[in-house]
Design a protein. Sequence first.
Length: 343
Amino acid sequence: MFVSRRLATSARLRQFAYQPRAIPIQTSSFSTSRCHNAISDSLRQKAQQNNQQFKLDNLFNVKDKVALISGGGTGIGLMATQTLAVNGAKVYITGRTEEKLNRVAELYGKEIPGSIIPVPADITSKESIQNLADAISQRESHLSILINNAGISSHTQTTEHDNANDLRKSLFDDPDATIKDWEDVYRTNVPQLFFMTTAFLPLLKNGSKTHHGWSSTVINISSISGIVKTAQHHFAYNASKAAAIHLTKMLANEISGSPESRLPIRINNIAPGVFPSEMTTGESDEMQKSYIPKEKYEKKTPARRPGKDEDMGSAVLFAATNQYLNGQTVVVDGGYVLAAGSV
Ligand SMILES: NC(=O)c1ccc[n+]([C@@H]2O[C@H](COP(=O)([O-])OP(=O)(O)OC[C@H]3O[C@@H](n4cnc5c(N)ncnc54)[C@H](OP(=O)(O)O)[C@@H]3O)[C@@H](O)[C@H]2O)c1
């Protein structure tokens, strides 16, 4: 018998089509094949115990953890410092300006469950990182949280030119557009993540042994500038932050991801959008805090505002405590990347 090709195809398709099965009508609303027995008191108790795991105290507990934060005296580093210290961690803060660090310890380190301890260092110098590691090792047997936050921005240039000569004038002829500027921003924002992390590996490993159920963690503060496709008028800074994100992933892979190493240390990065800091505003007040008027970002971010202390604080707690987070970028930007677009 002749069957057209079209008919044969539709017959074949019907063969694989969803066939509804006849479901027997239940005589009672309680099916013994699907549900367990009635709920006993001991089962209820077990459920109560299970509920405890979801308490904030358990999920986001940093009490008695030892932390080190670079650039902890201002901006985002200060937000991270306060977050950990007011929740019971012992937080060492480092930076080049001792006065800033001391002021933070005096202002924010009193009458809180944790503590803030200044230790000055320059994270662009390997020798200074070594001295810092020695200083912390002399005081502590372990480190639970390392936040590599210190960073600087680069020279800014306009890109809004519609002819080659003007664009060249802005990007090349500008006397402040120097290779040294690129080197400076790279030196501060990138190699330090490598040298700080590797200098503290033994202390970090001890941190995982010290607290049951805790793997020590490195959190690099990168930026959405390493993700968006626009140069935001600072090519060198954005290139350095893209490098910071990639370096975080390589470190996570080599230190804890590969079967050869598998150290119990989680390495992630937080990519902030715009937050008030000395970098973004050029100054800080007597509280060592900086301020950006909300209106300035009304049209620039879907959140219609710059980031707040609490936005950064909750991201830091999440990245520090979530034991299943490793090798990732946590973007906290009020939707900036959504609007600006990524590469
Ligand atoms: N604020 C934002 O909108 C934003 C957005 C995305 C990413 N970020 C990143 O967040 C991090 C913190 O920046 P911030 O915005 O909070 O700016 P900030 O207030 O200027 O903080 C930077 C901190 O880093 C320290 N620092 C700089 N160079 C150092 C060095 N060589 N050795 C040791 N410490 C050094 C500074 O202290 P000293 O000068 O005393 O050394 C300062 O406390 C940076 O990595 C930045 O790229 C910021």
